[in-house]
Design a protein. Structure first.
Length: 128
């Protein structure tokens, strides 16, 4: 969780094609939590499929990564969405802008997405 690495979230599209997009996220226990708008293609696909994969990598030698496969659940509770959106904003934009991002992303139409791990693969020091 150190730093501001983005996660690369992967899911299967309606036509069976693979999709991947960068996300900002935080941990909540073992779960990975992020938000997206209910009309976004990834929200629709995640609702349909109920599962996804996430990769977070360290691009500094000797390189490391973690890949998390898991199930997806959603929350539409605005208090929970705003709380986590504020936490995410603080992680990526700094504490001085956390509230700004919480207010922007903690609104009706936003979803809190929770990826609960079912399998984790990690490798440290890939180039050693």
């Amino acid at each position: 969780m150190a730093g501001t690495r983005t996660g690369k979230l992967a899911w299967v599209g309606k036509d069976g094609s693979p999709h991947v997009a960068p996300i900002w996220f935080v941990l909540d226990g073992e779960d990975i939590v992020f938000n997206t708008h209910e009309t976004a293609g990834k929200a629709k696909a995640l609702r349909r499929e109920g599962r996804a994969s996430l990769v977070v990598d360290d691009q500094t030698p000797p390189f490391s990564f973690v890949k998390i496969d898991g199930t997806i659940t959603f929350s539409e509770d605005l208090d929970e969405i705003r709380t986590k959106a504020t936490e995410i904003g603080g992680r990526y934009m700094g504490a001085d802008r956390a509230e700004e991002f919480g207010a922007r992303n903690g609104v009706a139409g936003e979803l809190l997405v929770r990826l609960t791990p079912t399998r984790t693969t990690a490798k440290a020091d890939v180039s050693d």
